[in-house]
Design a protein. Sequence first.
Length: 226
Amino acid sequence: MEKNRDLFDAAIEVKHEEEAPENNDLIEFKADVFEIGKIHTNLEEIKPRVKELLENYRGIQFTDDQIADAKKMHSKLNAFRKSMNDWRIGKEREYNAPFLQVKNDIKEMTNAVDEVSEEIDTQIKAKEERDKEDKKAAIEAFWTEIQPKKVSIPLSAVWNERFLNKTCSESKWKEELQARSAHIDADIEQIANMENAAEVTYMLADYQTTLDIGTSLANWDAYTQR
């Protein structure tokens, strides 16, 4: 593995602020020659003449006696068209051939790079997933320690997917969960001090679902008005 890493570092340029690479044999794609060729034809010269000729032929009606002439004219037009188009097709292939070869070579190399890169990416993502699982386990353990004292609230009820983000530090999610636990305890105490025993019983049960005293009060009012 160390040997492979040495070969990799020697081949791929990795610049660090504190050091400049000394290896002069780094892999770097370059295109030393790429020229767009010039094409000279007499198209601009013949365009108006062709247009004029075609306008003269357009809509022409041939009598039965003129069909032989029509065939000759048709043959000449097709021959003229074929001569231009055959030249275009041939030159297009010739013009594109060098680029197509480079394109295929680059595609072959990028596919090879993608294959290795994806293998590495799979390992990176697997590690990130393990880190998330470890972090969630730590959060679950912490919530078990500090969850409200007067009711049992599962972590799923207060869970925020943001906790698993790399930007959410341990101190941040701990602070948020501690505040949530304290808030729940305060709400439970407020409910327990209500004078109506039936309301207390209903509110304690409903609050464990809503975790919002205002919503539970509204639910109680709706319940009593049935």
